[in-house]
Design a protein around this ligand. Sequence first.
Ligand code: ATP
Length: 321
Amino acid sequence: MIEIRNLSKTFDGKQVLQGIDLVIEKGDIYGLVGVSGAGKSTLLRCINGLESFDSGDLIVDSVQINRLSNKELRYFRSGIGMIFQQFSLLERKTVYENILFPLKCFKSKMNNVDQRIREVLELVELSDKINMLPRQLSGGQKQRVAIARALIMNPKILLCDEATSALDPNITQSILELLKKINRELGITIVVVTHQMSVVKGICNKMGVLSSGKLKAAGNAQEIFLNTPEILDDFMGEENYRDGTSDQKKIKLEIIQRSGENDDILSRLAIETGVKFELVWGGLSKYSDSIAGALMIRVHEEEYSRIEDYLDKHRVEWRKL
Ligand SMILES: Nc1ncnc2c1ncn2[C@@H]1O[C@H](COP(=O)(O)OP(=O)(O)OP(=O)(O)O)[C@@H](O)[C@H]1O
């Protein structure tokens, strides 16, 4: 378990994390989201002791990180894996040597190193690339090597800093599946820093929303998406829909669909109100353990009240954006 209590940090007098209280349970896949500069990466780096903090407590499996000596901190960090957007592989070393690297760094006395490297490579499904150099691999394959390198030390926690941000959607999906498998089969707690809402929806059971160094919300990811979506408004539009024409006279609203309810809502809305509206974005999202969806429509302000009346009358869940 990772417990963060009233943690604050400044950089050059600027407060970048302010009174953060957060608990990440063993086995969670926890998403940390927020706009650029919100403090996500700094918080992630505090968790593995790469970054110090000014006040508060950070306790990982009953170990108070801020009280560790340098030697103890080094040992502690060997039990936490980390992967990055840019993979950070050694370009002149083979896949095998890259995975071996942390064992050398931490002067590990692990037995059967060769067998262990082959095991982690099999887990990330890259056994056939063992003697290749990073430049001979695709982005997704490089991230798999980075994951294997993180796993070689048998970590209890894996930290992912924008690990899929540089990848195509299909490749992202396969990396997310791999992270889920690692969480499920090895029981590794995963903390994911991302600006991609689809990543949080796809794999995270919990999430924390950071804004200007403060924690705006924390809890069950699906509940935050469905019950308090306004908290995520800052990110909407970056990924879910593109709306270049900012027509002031049009109002956007979101219709929530839970478990297949209101499948026919758009056709009913069009036929029964006669209002012409635009579908901006729509889709079902697969949350870690269920499916729910949202439809975003745009309507001229003069006709907005007819839509509002219809949705309320038919008890359809919606909100104005
Ligand atoms: N080493 C540093 N020295 C000084 N300021 C820093 C340092 N690292 C981060 N900051 C500042 O701390 C704030 C939080 O940065 P951080 O990288 O944690 O945000 P983030 O939410 O991860 O953003 P992004 O999504 O862009 O990576 C920013 O204002 C950043 O400029």
